[in-house]
Design a protein around this ligand. Sequence first.
Ligand code: SAM
Length: 347
Amino acid sequence: MPAREHIAREIRDRGGWISFARYMELALHAPGTGYYAGGARQFGAEGDFVTAPELGTLFGRTLARQLAQFPDLPILELGAGSGALAETLERDYSILETSAALRARQSQRLGRRVKHLDRLPERWRGIILANEVADAIPVHLVAWRAEGVMERGVTVQDGKFAWQEKPASEDLREEASRIQVPSPYESEIGLAARAWMRTLCERLEHGVIFVIDYGFPRGEYYHPQRSTGTLMCHHRHRAHADPFARPGDEDITAHVDFSALAAAARDAGADVLGFATQAQFLVNCGITEVLAEANVENALVYAPIAAQAQKLLSPAEMGELFKVLAVGKGITAPLLGFARGDRSHAL
Ligand SMILES: C[S@@+](CC[C@H](N)C(=O)[O-])C[C@H]1O[C@@H](n2cnc3c(N)ncnc32)[C@H](O)[C@@H]1O
């Protein structure tokens, strides 16, 4: 059954309305019909988007310099996509992947070097990596209106998905009350992402969690001018804002509220170890030295690597919008990636 029918049936079964978070969960993650259930066709030049590890090995080799601070800690990557980053990082490596199709793709690419876990371990001593995973975690949509805080959900009207608002639940109202915005105003609240971060930190006994994604600290996220939120869909390298256009066939994402993730981590007893733009983090890790290892004399070799650097670092590309948040337990040494330009104070 296509995703559209699957979702419409659930809306009917639940009395004509589901939260947007449930819609997003079904559109992205429902086994069989969700977008990520569809395998690896989403990734790379032929797909819908290109992530940093998909550009080439420069990102992974630079990140490896940060991870070299913890040579004895095993790595757990969450949501490994096509397996590109795991291929670059030659370490004791496990993957937790929610999509069965992507898990199969990763096994095919990486063989036995990488272990797949079926669930998050009860206790973890090591590194956890999540690159472009937090933006795929379903968000609740909230509208601040004159009559109060409303939740935006999905109904079916004349055979099509349509928006419908209801008074927000207590959990959402409580979160919304901590956010200062003008009214009317619409945005997202990532309740599931907060819970995800809390669980990761509760299970972490010792080590560091790196969350790398596009997003902002709270003050910028809920800026008065960003009054329609950050929800975005990606299809064949085109971005648009209509999540009802191709459910199951395109990516739906929201920017990450890094202040919320940092607060959830602290609640679970972890320390914030650093927060910086991706460009600053990679420069601190020594991306220029990794670049210098390439043969500058040979344009055929050098040009593609220089193009990767431009994409990863340029403020017009991934350099500024993408951020790196590191939280951890039992780590006292300062992290290389935040040696300069740490913006933890902005969280
Ligand atoms: C946009 S892709 C990024 C893939 C890869 N990290 C990269 O940078 O190329 C999102 C990945 O996260 C997985 N995923 C989404 N939610 C997840 C979750 N809660 N736990 C683990 N994996 C998840 C998806 O199946 C997919 O592999």
